[in-house]
Design a protein around this ligand. Structure first.
Ligand code: ADP
Ligand code: MG
Length: 211
């Protein structure tokens, strides 16, 4: 089972990964955006990390709703409200349970991803974060490792797509041939979820054998 400590670790690991990858995310946002995606997320997840340290939320749901609200208020751009909504709505779906299963998290994340789709109007194939998040949520029912692989595959698969949402869509055909920054950061968020589970050593049945 996954408790508040696990979810706080997920946010801490993500904050560190965003710091590490900020330059790359901003570089991806340069040819098809305005070169701010890495710095946007860095600002948001630093605020999340500080808040978690200062006053650690007691339940999984509270960790995510609080993080989501902070992302909405600090990140700005298109990705702030979208990532904020993802975490806030996922947290709300988890309710106030002290512990949740991976399957429950998968279900809650699906609610969060649906809320992002509703807010941003993006469908799979539009070359956005949705292209990493949807396959990740589908695979999370199997294992954390499967979700990580599916998200990474989804992010890489945005390269040949033409953007239909967000800033990159203004470029039309010229958006083709570049990996989407938001799909890349979404894959990073899911990779950090898998890292948090590796670190917790809380293997569930079926995952202990490498799944
Ligand atoms: P901005 O585009 O405002 O500068 P960021 O650079 O932080 O914001 O984030 C850009 C990323 O946001 C894109 O790469 C894309 O994945 C994601 N994005 C933009 N618009 C949408 C949308 N309508 N739905 C889903 N994701 C979107
Ligand atoms: Mg940008």
């Amino acid at each position: 089972m996954l408790d508040a400590v696990f979810f706080r670790r997920w946010m801490a690991v993500t904050s560190a990964a965003v710091d590490r990858e900020a330059e790359r995310l901003t570089a991806l946002d340069s040819p098809i955006g305005d070169a701010d995606h890495g710095t946007n997320l860095q600002r948001g997840f630093s605020a999340v990390r500080a808040a978690m340290d200062e006053e650690p939320p007691a339940t999984p749901g509270a960790v995510l709703t609080r993080s989501g609200r902070l992302l909405i208020s600090t990140v700005g751009g298109a990705s702030g409200p979208l990532y904020g909504t993802l975490l806030r709505r996922t947290g709300k779906a988890l309710g106030d349970a002290p512990e949740v299963s991976r399957e429950q998290l998968a279900e809650a994340l699906r609610t969060g991803v649906d809320a992002v789709r509703q807010l941003g109007g993006a469908a799979p194939g539009d070359k956005t974060m949705i292209d990493a998040l949807v396959p990740a949520v589908d695979a999370l029912g199997d294992s954390f490792a499967a979700a990580r692989a599916a998200a990474e595959e989804g992010a890489v698969a945005t390269t040949p797509l033409r953007a239909r949402k967000g800033r990159a869509s203004y470029l039309g055909e010229r958006s083709i041939g570049h990996q989407d920054p938001g799909a890349t950061s979404a894959a990073l968020l899911i990779a950090c979820l898998a890292d948090a589970s590796d670190a917790s050593g809380a293997y569930e049945a079926g995952e202990a054998s490498g799944g």
